[in-house]
Every structure is written in structure tokens, then in C-alpha cells.
Design a protein around this ligand. Structure first.
Ligand code: HEM
Ligand SMILES: *[C@@H]1O[C@H](CO)[C@@H](O)[C@H](O)[C@H]1NC(C)=O
Ligand SMILES: *[C@@H]1O[C@H](CO)[C@@H](O)[C@H](O)[C@H]1NC(C)=O
Ligand SMILES: *[C@@H]1O[C@H](CO)[C@@H](O)[C@H](O)[C@H]1NC(C)=O
Ligand SMILES: *[C@@H]1O[C@H](CO)[C@@H](O)[C@H](O)[C@H]1NC(C)=O
Ligand SMILES: *[C@@H]1O[C@H](CO)[C@@H](O)[C@H](O)[C@H]1NC(C)=O
Length: 258
């Protein structure tokens, strides 16, 4: 096909967005007017056009569809976080990614790649904060549940030492474990059964899918059920005690944390 005709078709497809949304899903850095979140997962989905590249006016179904398309993560693994996310703003059915920095909604202390709210910028990736993760599991080129648990414990120790206002209840612990289980599951190499550091670091540092580095989208759906054994290993690889109790947190008809 002649290039001119091909580009004409592509142009037509991109113009007719209301009928058919065309996006090549290549990685494009956010523009100055685009907004991003403290979440490397949602940001990666936006940088690849699985979520609106503006980062604005995003619905729950946008998020659920994007998670399957980009990561093969199923709705049941993220729907609670997504619904909580709506409380970050006033729109009835959508959210803007930057609003997710709202402290102690989903955003929490002792992150892998962001500062605590009381210590500075809790929104953007910070290489100094990420040093613990970058240096974890020395001597091998992968992360696993053991290193994930160790990173969580080290990051919490740093927050406990430096942040007199640290929030560290069961809620934050469970959210943090799930986040670690996400990167181990998404970037689990089918050949080795572990997550290559280079893929995970590209995801955190560039908020990019490491396709050029050899990653392929997981073939089986990542679900709450598939994450559970991974989460158990991550939990067992650290010692943890709550700094504060948390009120019973009702997450749905069948799940209550107390
Ligand atoms: C789509 C699949 C998702 C993946 C793969 C993912 C992955 C992650 C990871 C790995 C972190 C840890 C970042 C760190 O500790 O530095 C994180 C943090 C976060 N995620 Fe997601 N996430 C996903 C979905 C969601 C959803 C649906 C929401 C809510 C609308 C959300 C909101 C957040 C927020 C607010 C943080 C910041 C927590 C903090 O570090 O303070 N994420 N996510
Ligand atoms: C988001 O929705 C608001 C109204 O709810 C509108 O003013 C704004 O232009 C929309 N932004 C985008 C990027 O669609
Ligand atoms: C801790 O929180 C209190 C009350 O919100 C505030 O006055 C204080 O400045 C905070 N301290 C730090 C180090 O963030
Ligand atoms: C990154 O985090 C470190 C450690 O908390 C802090 O000293 C530094 O100011 C942060 N950098 C930026 C650009 O926020
Ligand atoms: C993770 O990797 C380290 C380093 O090779 C190893 O000692 C540890 O047993 C591994 N953990 C799991 C759960 O396989
Ligand atoms: C990675 O895949 C292997 C099988 O290839 C599986 O045994 C292991 O549990 C998976 N790990 C994670 C974190 O999903």
C-alpha cells in the first residue's frame, strides 16, 4: 500500500475517535499539560494510551479495561483501589490521575519510589528513594518475593526513622503488599519464573512497558486469587508490626479488614 494512502487511513482512524478510538499504544512521555499519579501502573497505562494520555476524566471502566489490555490484570485485583480513587475528586464518576496523591486515601507512606507526604513530594518518582529497590537482591539480576519483602521492610524502617507522622496500619501494609505482588506478577519471565530487574526498573523509572527489552504481556490473567500466594510469600519475607491500629475498613460485602 502506498505510504500516502496508509497515512490517510491512519489519519481517518485517529479523527474518528468517537466511533473508533485508534491508538498505537506506543510509549509517549506525558506533555506539560498531561497529569500523572503516584502509581507507576496507571502512569504506564496512560503513557501507552491504554488510559487517556491526558490522565484526566478517567472512569472506573476505563481503568478496568486498560489493566486487562496493558498488563492482563483482571478487574477483581484492582476494583477496590479504583473505586476508592473516585473519592480523590468531586466528579461523580471519573478521576484525574494527579488527584490520587491524596494522602492516606490510596496513597501511603513507605513507598518504593516516592517520598512520604510529610517528607516532600509524594507524587513523582524519586531515584534516591528508589535506591533501596535498585540495590535489592544483590548478586542476581531478578527480584522475587524475598527481595520484595525486604524492600518493603527497609522502606518502612526509613519512614519510621525520619517521618514522625508516618501512617502504618494494616490497610497500608495490605496495599503495599499488593503493589509488590503486581510488579512480580506482571514482569514474571515465563522462561525463568522470576522478574528481571531491568524490566521492573524500566517500569518504575520510565513508566514504560519493557517490550524492547523482551517483556511480553502475561498470557494468563492476573487475579486476586493468583496474587494471594505471591502476597503470602512477600508477607513472610519481612517482620512487620502496625504503628497505629486502623478502624475496621469495609471493602465490600465479603471483605472486612479489622
Ligand atoms: C492497573 C494495575 C495497577 C498496577 C500494576 C499498580 C502498581 C502499583 C505499584 C507497583 C505501586 C507502588 C509504587 C511505590 O511504592 O513506589 C502503586 C502505587 C499506587 N497505586 Fe497502583 N497499580 C495499579 C492500579 C491502581 C489503581 C486502580 C489505583 C487507584 C485508582 C492505584 C493507585 C495507586 C496509588 C495512589 C499509588 C501510590 C501509593 C504510594 O506509593 O503512596 N493503582 N501501584
Ligand atoms: C474533563 O471534564 C471536565 C468537566 O467535567 C471538562 O471541563 C474538562 O475539559 C475535561 N477534560 C478532559 C481532558 O477531557
Ligand atoms: C505532623 O503532623 C502535624 C499535625 O498534622 C503537623 O503539625 C506537623 O507539622 C507534622 N510534622 C511533620 C514533620 O510533617
Ligand atoms: C528525593 O528524595 C530524597 C530523599 O527523601 C530527598 O532528599 C530529595 O530532596 C528528593 N528529590 C526531589 C527532587 O524531590
Ligand atoms: C530470591 O532470590 C534470592 C537470591 O537468589 C534467594 O536467596 C531467595 O531464596 C529467593 N526467594 C524465593 C522466594 O525464591
Ligand atoms: C512466575 O511464574 C512461575 C512459573 O513460570 C510461577 O511458579 C511463579 O509462581 C510466578 N511468580 C509470580 C510472582 O507470579
Amino acid at each position: 500500500m502506498a505510504p500516502a494512502i496508509l497515512s490517510g487511513i491512519l489519519l481517518a482512524l485517529s479523527i474518528s475517535q468517537s466511533v473508533f478510538s485508534y491508538d498505537s499504544h506506543e510509549w509517549i512521555a506525558p506533555t506539560a499539560s498531561d497529569v500523572r499519579s503516584p502509581c507507576p501502573g496507571l502512569n504506564t497505562l496512560a503513557n501507552h494510551g491504554y488510559l487517556p494520555r491526558t490522565g484526566m476524566n478517567i472512569s472506573i471502566t476505563d481503568i478496568l479495561d486498560a489493566a486487562v489490555a496493558g498488563f492482563n490484570i483482571g478487574p477483581d485485583a484492582i476494583i477496590q483501589a479504583a473505586k476508592f480513587g473516585l473519592l480523590s475528586g468531586n466528579a461523580p464518576t471519573t478521576l484525574d490521575l494527579d488527584a490520587l496523591k491524596l494522602h492516606n486515601l490510596v496513597e501511603h507512606d513507605a513507598s518504593i519510589s516516592r517520598n512520604d507526604f510529610a517528607l516532600g513530594d509524594n507524587l513523582h518518582f524519586n531515584e534516591t528513594v528508589f535506591t533501596t529497590m535498585a540495590n535489592a537482591n544483590p548478586g542476581v539480576d531478578f527480584y522475587n518475593a524475598t527481595s520484595a519483602g525486604e524492600v518493603m521492610q527497609a522502606r518502612l524502617a526509613d519512614s519510621l526513622a525520619r517521618n514522625v507522622n508516618v501512617t502504618n496500619t494494616d490497610k497500608e501494609f495490605q496495599v503495599r503488599i499488593r503493589e509488590s505482588a503486581f510488579y512480580l506478577s506482571i514482569f514474571n519471565n515465563t522462561l525463568t519464573g522470576v522478574a528481571p530487574k531491568s524490566w521492573v526498573q524500566t517500569f518504575f523509572r520510565e513508566e514504560r512497558l519493557p517490550i524492547a527489552e523482551g517483556w511480553i504481556r502475561p498470557e494468563t490473567l492476573i487475579t486476586a486469587e493468583s496474587l494471594t500466594p505471591v502476597e503470602r510469600l512477600i508477607r513472610r519475607a519481612q517482620t512487620w508490626t502496625a504503628t497505629q491500629p486502623c478502624e475496621p475498613v469495609v471493602l465490600g460485602p465479603t471483605i472486612t479488614l479489622a
